[in-house]
Design a protein around this ligand. Structure first.
Ligand code: 6PG
Length: 243
């Protein structure tokens, strides 16, 4: 387990710009070592800003987007064409414009493609088992005001699931049905990067980073994910205001 590093930026735009720069540099480095890095993307509003900045950077740092493997930490269980789908938003704003290889973009099945959310979670787990490298280079995670990450919500039974991907049927954040990677899967990461913006998250950030006593991941799920090489909290001034 690594000690968390904290990086505070002025506002959401500066935050998204910094994370985009760090990500392209890290992926280019991994590719220079001859690796094909695997990244888990996040959903949510800060992700939209991050995608915009990543597209703006394109391959400025030498990142070959066609040699990056993409996953999602979680997905909303809605129809493929829904605006709410994390993958749809990421494809339109980032993956398609930068030229990601569709064969290396692994989406959670949509609600109009499988029987139910449990089937979507099972299929996604199988895909990760078959096409995952066993370790993400980077897991990106937005954080909710309640401290949730991916679709792992405080007090929810999904927190104790020991598989790879879990179905959530009563998410407090809409839509109610979701598929999430488990703690077990999210923790197989070299780098875990939290990206958190806004005053509404300040309490959750402070709780997740509290040292005495350390946060219980059942109460603050963000405290349950760390990278084997680094864990970085990318914050803006507002989300860092209670540290
Ligand atoms: C989702 C998520 C979720 C999100 C956080 C933060 O699909 O809803 O992946 O975990 O990242 O709720 O979202 P915001 O950046 O919009 O606050």
């Amino acid at each position: 387990m690594t000690e968390p590093l904290i990086e505070v930026h002025d506002d959401a735009t500066a935050l998204a710009t910094a994370v985009a720069g760090a990500l392209v540099a890290r992926l280019a480095d991994a590719q220079e070592r001859g690796e094909e890095p695997q990244v888990a993307l996040t959903g949510g509003s800060i992700a939209d800003q991050l995608h915009h900045q990543l597209t703006r950077l394109g391959n400025d740092h030498g990142t070959d987007w066609a040699r990056v493997v993409f996953w999602w930490g979680d997905e909303r269980f809605v129809a493929r064409g829904s605006d709410e789908r994390n993958a749809g938003a990421a494809r339109a704003a980032f993956l398609d414009p930068v030229g990601a290889d569709p064969g290396k973009v692994h989406e959670v099945p949509a609600a109009d493609e499988v029987d139910d959310v449990a089937a979507a979670a099972a299929a996604y787990a199988t895909t990760l088992r078959e096409h995952g490298s066993g370790e993400f280079e980077v897991v990106l995670l937005g954080v909710g005001p309640d401290g949730h990450v991916a679709s792992l919500f405080p007090g929810h039974p999904a927190l104790d699931d020991e598989g790879i991907a879990v179905a959530v049927t009563d998410s407090p954040k809409p839509p109610p049905q979701r598929v999430s990677l488990t703690f077990n899967a999210l923790n197989r990461a070299r780098a875990v990067w939290f990206i958190v913006s806004g005053e509404a998250k300040a309490e959750a950030v402070a709780k997740a980073l509290a040292e005495h006593p350390p946060a219980d991941p059942h109460e603050v799920p963000a405290a349950g994910v760390t990278g084997s090489v680094e864990t970085v909290w990318f914050l803006d001034r507002e989300s860092a205001s209670k540290l």
